[in-house]
Design a binder for this molecule. Structure first.
Ligand code: FAD
Length: 410
């Protein structure tokens, strides 16, 4: 087990107290407001103001230095907080700890100029507007970023952007003012130096929303996944983030903690699903027995507990590594948690759907939504296969196979 300092435990306890007192009791109201079409449900805005006033705000930002904003929690220290936030899909937003704004803020913390920080980072930290990250393109296999075709071409004092993106989460949300776009600045450079990141005001001329995409038929008004076109979009050269050709490296820096946070939130959601399975199994009876008296039910709950606790330890280990040796050195563990957690998340959601019977496929419980989210999680932040490839490659590079001949007698 990883010991956390008192400060981290205190922050986690404060978040949990606020979650229990103010967020969870308002879940039904939030769902009603979102289902009635409010993309910024009133209750969410009210609770954001309350959480901010209490200082329970921006806790997901890493500890970069004393002059940096944020609560200065390490990644490991944040894991416990993220797990509480994961219990409800909208809770992270109450505390300004939600994706994609957090990974975007991290990018800006690391690479923005003073002017970019003033224009974009500070308002994001204050929660004044939202942001989006546009990498994936419908026309090419985007799990290999080398394939990306959107261009960023310098023309005097401006860059001109042309291309089509999709699944740029929340780019079409009414709060969103900033799109961080990945595009090609030099198609002839070596693979890792072709791309750059550029800051595009959401309402710049030439940025069009084609449509919002459903995820397994689920169309959320609060969490949108649009397809977008960029047609001769012009921005000043000062809107380039970092250096030309550094887009790939900066994108990687963004993804380590982002994956960690997704994993911890998923673990929090799985805890809710296990509790709901237990509750349901004591309330329903078939063939003269309560569901919890069947060994299949015990197995579903026990396996969920074993798998989830394994995942939590692995995630804590990955967080500790990111804190101590950095994203790059921790990349094998980051890939490991991504695959381990998304599969366990899907498995537990599947068991919860099954135990709830027909009710499990409705949206009267969180199980069906969790199942769809878990399935999508096996694709976004890198499909499982890509992570498995990374793990195998790093495993091979770390192993010394020379002494193995002593185990063999052929
Ligand atoms: C809910 C959701 C939110 C998202 N949010 C964002 C966002 O905010 N911004 C953004 O830019 N993108 C986002 N995405 C897109 C996501 O990052 C991409 O879908 C992902 O990177 C895969 O790219 P692709 O869809 O082009 O799949 P492809 O690259 O076409 O891959 C398709 C399949 O090919 C197989 N495959 C790929 N590589 C390998 C390999 N090496 N070995 C074996 N098999 C392989 C895998 O089965 C993979 O699923 C989101 C996606 C979803 C579903």
């Amino acid at each position: 087990m990883f010991e956390l300092p008192d400060k981290a435990i205190q922050v986690r306890n404060e978040v949990e107290a606020f979650f229990n007192a103010r967020v969870l009791p308002n879940n039904k109201l939030w769902v009603d407001q979102a289902r009635s079409g409010q993309s910024n449900p009133d209750i969410e805005r009210q609770l954001r103001a309350e959480a901010k006033a209490l200082g329970l705000w921006n806790m997901a930002l890493p500890r970069l230095g004393d002059s940096e904003p944020g609560t200065k929690l390490s990644n490991l220290e944040f894991t416990g907080v993220a797990e509480v936030l994961g219990r409800l899909e909208w809770a992270s937003r109450v505390f300004n700890c939600h994706a994609p704004d957090v990974p975007n803020m991290e990018l800006l913390q690391l690479f923005a100029t003073a002017q970019q920080r003033e224009d974009w980072l500070n308002p994001l930290l204050e929660g004044e507007f939202g942001s989006s990250f546009a990498m994936t393109e419908p026309g090419v296999a985007s799990s290999d970023p080398v394939n990306l075709e959107t261009t960023i071409v310098r023309d005097g004092d401006e860059y001109v952007i042309n291309g089509r993106k999709w699944f740029a989460s929340n780019a079409s949300h009414e709060n969103t003012q900033l799109i961080i776009l990945v595009g090609v600045t030099d198609a002839t450079a070596k693979k890792s130096k072709r791309q750059s990141l550029i800051l595009i005001p959401r309402h710049a001329e030439g940025v069009e929303v084609v449509r919002n995409l459903p995820v397994f038929e689920h169309e959320s008004v609060t969490n949108l996944h649009p397809e977008l076109t960029f047609t001769n979009v012009r921005v000043p050269v000062a809107y380039l983030l970092g250096e030309e050709g550094e887009g790939f490296a900066m994108g990687q820096a963004r993804l380590g903690p982002a994956r960690l946070h997704h994993c911890m939130r998923a673990i929090g959601e799985c805890e809710v699903l296990i509790s709901l399975m237990l509750k349901r199994s004591t309330e329903r009876t078939t063939f003269g027995k309560r569901l919890d008296e069947y060994s299949s039910t015990s197995e579903a709950i026990s396996l969920s507990r074993i798998e989830l606790d394994q995942c939590r330890l692995l995630v804590q280990q990955a967080a500790h590594l990111i804190d101590t040796v950095g994203n790059k050195e921790a990349r094998k563990k980051i890939s490991m948690i991504k695959v381990a957690v998304d599969r366990v998340y899907q498995q537990i959601a599947d068991r919860a759907v099954q135990l709830y019977g027909a009710k499990g496929v409705t949206n009267d419980t969180p199980a069906a939504r969790a199942f769809g989210k878990a399935r999508a999680f096996r694709i976004y932040d890198g499909p499982d296969e890509v992570h498995l490839q990374t793990i195998a490659r790093l495993e091979a590079s770390e192993q010394n196979l020379e002494n193995l001949t002593h185990y063999l007698f052929d």
